[in-house]
Ligand binder design. Structure first.
Ligand SMILES: Cc1ncc(COP(=O)(O)O)c(C=O)c1O
Length: 441
């Protein structure tokens, strides 16, 4: 019996033993086309020579140096590269994953206000159906019931408004823009309810990932959100842990919204899964206030700025640029979505095909007309994922799409360097998995 505390304590997962380009190979030699990169992580496949070389070289030179003693060339260069690709951002904190980046974002926002003497600003507002990580602070701001409910007594209270999910929330008499204004205005109402002087920040995923299934905002939504934040003097923290680093076709997903946040977080694809890493980027003004005050951001972790992770991340960004991969993200994303519409658009149990770039969500329903959810006890998202798995395709199924309990979707997030043939194979295998799942109903 395994001593590993696996996620599912009643099942032993198959053993992955190798990776080759877009494929993961298990211990029996079976090959799986990696259509989701784990959880949108492996954005350059599993054997890219430039990433392997970067990690190896850094280990040979200096694997790790504690950030309270040293900076490193690779950390300075990665920060320069990230800032150059993220409009409006001026400083970078490098951590080990997405939850750490969110924790740091919450603390940075709070400390900024403390240093400015706005001591009462301590509350965070986020959206239902968002996921910001599993550490207690990140879980507290997140809005996914299923993930939160066991741990609710341990968490600071969360303050949540509606998400921006047109497929579920837009009324028949609204345009997408009107719907966006309506749900954005909930932020204004919530700030007033809590008292503007008590609120530090609003936190949102620019494109919602795991919990709702690749949902882009409607046009104008984030512009209105930005205005409301400015009006009340609160920070806008965008969580791009999943949708950032080029996943939606631009390095930062917020570039497509025509706004600049105060803080943005990244992780997942930042070192393409070759090393664990996360990042917080912020506007210069936030750190200027702290520099002029205590001079010290009161937050740290042992593995911050880990040199090997940082060198691998730098190589990841260089490969994305050198191989022109954002173009491929856009064209392959459009092509996959178009084929999914063509093959599944009329399927009675496919409610919505959506996403941006190579961040694609398919939502399943019991009835296309009414958009009624499937029986959650059937865990249809798992059935689709399992049928795809049996057929040699990895995709990421998730339940609770609508309210944390009901609703099913599957996320597709293949590598940025996916070929035409692999993209076709992905769609063929996915369509076969959906057909098999609903065949006997
Ligand atoms: C949007 C978002 N934020 C934060 C996190 C937490 O990241 P990590 O699992 O690296 O801690 C995730 C992970 O899925 C995520 O999707």
């Amino acid at each position: 019996m395994s001593h590993v505390l696996h996620r599912n304590l009643q099942q032993q997962p198959p053993r992955a033993s190798a990776g080759e380009g877009a494929y993961v190979i298990d211990s029996n030699g079976k090959r799986y086309l990696d259509g989701c990169g784990g959880a949108a992580v492996s954005c350059l496949g599993h054997s890219h020579p430039a990433l392997i070389k970067a990690a190896q070289q850094q280990i040979e030179t200096l694997p790790y140096a504690h950030t309270s003693f040293f900076t490193t060339d690779v950390m300075e260069e990665l920060a320069d590269t990230l800032v150059a690709g993220a409009p409006g951002m001026g400083k970078v904190l490098l951590v080990s994953g997405g939850s750490e980046a969110i924790e740091a974002a919450l603390k940075l926002s709070r400390q900024y206000f403390v240093e400015k003497g706005e001591m009462t600003r301590h509350l965070f507002i986020a959206r239902r159906q968002s996921y910001h990580g599993n550490t207690l602070g990140a879980l507290a701001v997140g809005g996914n019931d299923w993930r939160r409910k066991h741990f609710a007594p341990l968490m600071v209270p969360g303050n949540h408004i509606s998400p921006c999910i047109a497929y579920r929330g837009m009324r028949d008499d609204e345009t997408p823009e009107q719907y966006g204004q309506r749900v954005a205005d909930e932020l204004d109402a919530k700030v007033l309810e809590l008292g503007a002087g008590n609120v530090a920040a609003f936190v949102a995923e620019t494109v919602v990932g795991a919990t709702a299934g690749a949902v882009p905002p409607v046009p104008g939504y984030f512009k209105r959100i930005r205005d409301i934040c400015d009006q009340h003097g609160i920070h806008l923290i965008l969580d791009e842990v999943m949708c950032g680093t080029g996943r939606t076709g631009s390095m930062m997903a917020y570039e497509q919204e025509g706004i600049v946040p105060d803080i943005v977080t990244m992780a997942k694809g930042l070192a393409a899964g070759y090393q664990p890493i996360g990042a917080l980027l912020c506007r210069r003004e936030l750190t200027d206030v702290i520099r002029a005050g205590s001079g010290f951001f009161q937050h740290g972790h042992t593995f911050m700025g880990h040199a090997t992770a940082v060198a691998t991340s730098l190589a990841t960004l260089q490969v994305i640029e050198k191989e022109n991969l954002l173009d491929n993200v856009i064209s392959q994303g459009d092509a996959i979505r178009a084929r999914l519409y063509a093959e599944l658009g009329e399927h009675e149990n496919v409610g919505d095909v959506r996403g941006r770039g190579l961040f694609i969500g398919v939502e399943f329903v019991a009835d296309r007309e009414t958009r009624a959810a499937l029986d959650p006890t059937h865990k249809t998202h798992n059935l689709v994922q399992n049928n795809a798995f049996a057929n040699g395709l990895l995709c990421y199924g998730m339940g609770g799409t609508i309210d944390g309990r009901s609703g099913d979707h599957v996320l597709i997030a293949p590598p940025y360097n996916i070929s035409n043939k692999q993209a076709d194979d992905l769609v063929d295998k996915f369509v076969a998995a959906v057909t098999a799942t609903f065949a006997n109903r």
